[in-house]
Design a binder for this molecule. Structure first.
Ligand code: ADP
Length: 218
């Protein structure tokens, strides 16, 4: 089903969300108070509109409450981000995702009813630090404070062994949810699947269990 979105704030973050959603075939209304930014997006988004969304009349006249999902990607102007979010929720927008600049901003956003709060710079920093600190972790996605999904490259020690041979679930309490092998991907591999050297294992589990597995792989 084609969903319709509004992206408010067309900086680096909002701009890339707008482009990606459009490429995914979604309908996107792009809004920014800066006319030059709006002009840049007029050929990308379904509609591109100049407007200051801290103004209640702008939110009402654009009918934003009729959209499935509104993304507030206003950058440095925390006051404008908070006011916009508050007004969107007061106007009955069902789903509002907001980019937070810092933890305090995030706390205020959750108090005023933002449905999803994202911290892209902080999260990307964490992700990159995990990759930098480990020899075998290729990518990292935090699921909760204690659980993650990681991509681990299979070394010679485990290459040539099946998942059941390695007894990964019983020994480490983690699950291999997929294996990337060159250009193909094996989703939910069978226990009998033989892991090949340089396969990329996509593993889900508790952080300390993943750490144990990672140490074993070194
Ligand atoms: P990023 O860090 O993602 O690059 P920026 O701070 O460069 O973010 O971009 C935020 C965008 O939000 C700017 O294009 C700015 O014009 C827009 N913006 C700021 N305040 C408002 C507002 N009240 N209404 C609409 N757009 C706004």
């Amino acid at each position: 089903m084609r969903k319709n979105f509004v992206v408010i704030g067309l900086g680096r973050f909002g701009g890339s969300i707008c482009k990606e959603l459009t490429e995914q075939g979604m309908e996107v209304m792009a809004i920014d108070s800066n006319e030059a930014r709006v002009n840049e997006f007029s050929i990308i988004a379904s509609h591109a509109v100049v407007g200051d969304t801290t103004d209640d009349a702008v939110i009402k006249s654009l009918g934003l409450r009729n959209f499935d999902h509104v993304i507030v990607a206003i950058g440095d102007d925390i006051q404008a981000s908070i006011l916009t979010t508050l007004m969107l929720k007061e106007n009955g927008v069902k789903k509002v995702t907001v980019k937070a600049q810092n933890d305090y901003h995030g706390k205020v956003l959750s108090k005023i009813g933002a449905d999803v709060i994202v911290h892209p710079e902080r999260d990307m920093g964490i992700r990159i630090a995990h990759k930098l600190a480990s020899n075998s972790i290729l990518d990292y996605l935090e699921l909760s404070d204690e659980h993650s999904i990681v991509e681990i490259e299979a070394n010679e020690r485990i290459g040539g062994h099946s998942i059941i041979d390695l007894d990964i679930r019983a020994k480490y309490g983690v699950n291999i949810v997929a294996i990337k092998r060159r250009s193909s991907i094996i989703v939910s591999p069978q226990a009998t699947e033989i892991i090949q050297y340089k396969d990329v294992l996509i593993v889900i589990g508790a952080d300390n269990d993943i750490n144990r597995l990672e140490k074993k792989m070194l």
